[in-house]
Design a protein around this ligand. Structure first.
Ligand SMILES: Cc1cc2nc3c(=O)[nH]c(=O)nc-3n(C[C@H](O)[C@H](O)[C@H](O)COP(=O)(O)OP(=O)(O)OC[C@H]3O[C@@H](n4cnc5c(N)ncnc54)[C@H](O)[C@@H]3O)c2cc1C
Length: 301
């Protein structure tokens, strides 16, 4: 369960309270504020706060005095220009603060993105919940045979059942021992900061994560990509949906130039020019390695 009824009641109460403001607000984002978007079996992402909107990006780019919008069309064109030419600082004028609940092994990938501000739930001070990520049967995949960093088809039959059983039983046994070790009934009780080392990497943690839109796009570009691990990709996809509602023009440009676009090397461009001129180009004549050629074929379809 991503949220307890008490947590949900707290959120509902927060959403009842409104205050008038002179600050720019994004109607699309207001509907997401505080609400928890479930991800995986016990995780969620929710927006705690945000600053700026599409107009704020244009306002900064033009360094203007007013709210600055000449017209929605002008703004969209400017935002696309900024994105196309990697003029990134206007995007840094927008910020978002998220509350994320995620398995520790996902958090380990996520924390590699150094350009955010993070405050994590303290497992020295507090007791972690008995919540572990257990993949749905379809996500219990075999090791990929073509990509050492990827996964293949879902496990089936007895193997799938056994793996699922191990994951569930090991998590429960570790948590039983964790609870027993920290208990102060009839014993001193091991410090929480030590007892936690017994918990597996699929235990859930939580953090507040604040980042500007430029660095968020960088994160989403890497983690919403098909090559990212499924368990972090689903978080990135949930955030993409929120960003789309928050800054529709900026997200549209990001989707087009970054998520949907591709970077081509000089050699790849040369191959395309030759192909357009009707020349036959093969991997051997392209000057590219087999891997590069395969990726190039993937890009040009
Ligand atoms: C598919 C995939 C597979 C990966 N596999 C591995 C792996 O096997 N092993 C592994 O260790 N990591 C792995 N990573 C993590 C990856 O190497 C990066 O650490 C991670 O994606 C964060 O990217 P970043 O540094 O660009 O992001 P951020 O830390 O958010 O930084 C954003 C940008 O800021 C600049 N920047 C930030 N800090 C510095 C700095 N100290 N010095 C210079 N420039 C800085 C850089 O331009 C950087 O691109 C993988 C990532 C992906 C997406």
């Amino acid at each position: 369960m991503p949220l307890t009824p008490e947590h949900q009641a707290e959120i509902d109460e927060q959403r009842q309270q409104t205050t008038p403001t002179l600050r720019a607000t994004a109607p699309g984002m207001e509907k997401h504020l505080y609400t928890a978007q479930p991800v995986l079996d016990h995780g969620f992402v929710r927006v705690i706060d945000y600053m700026g909107d599409d107009a704020a990006i244009c306002q900064a780019a033009r360094v203007s005095y007013g709210r600055g919008t000449k017209s929605v069309q002008n703004d969209e064109g400017l935002i696309r220009y900024l994105m196309r030419h990697w003029h990134s600082t206007p995007f840094e004028m927008c910020e978002i603060k998220l509350h994320v609940k995620l398995p520790v092994f996902v958090a380990r990938q996520w924390i590699r993105h150094r350009t955010a501000n993070v405050n994590e739930y303290s497992a020295r001070y507090s007791i972690l919940d008995r919540e572990f990520y257990i993949p749905a049967p379809d996500d219990l995949a075999a090791q990929s045979v073509v990509n050492n960093q990827g996964r293949g088809e879902a496990l089936t039959g007895e193997e799938a059942e056994r793996v699922l059983r191990y994951l569930q039983q090991d998590a429960m046994r570790c948590y039983d021992h964790y609870e027993e070790m920290i208990s102060q009934e009839g014993q001193q009780g091991l410090a929480r900061e030590l007892a936690r080392m017994n918990l597996p990497a699929n235990v859930y943690t939580q953090w507040y994560w604040k980042v500007d839109l430029h660095n968020l796009f960088h994160f989403l570009r890497l983690r919403a990509d098909a090559h990212a691990q499924y368990e972090i990709r689903v978080y990135a996809e949930a955030i993409c949906a929120m960003v789309k509602d928050w800054v529709p023009a900026a997200y549209g440009a990001f989707e087009d130039y970054r998520l949907g676009g591709a970077t081509l090397s000089g050699r790849a461009l040369e191959c395309i020019r030759k192909m357009l001129a009707g020349e036959e180009v093969t991997q051997e004549t392209s000057g590219m390695s087999k891997g590069e050629w395969r990726e190039f074929q993937g890009v040009i379809g």
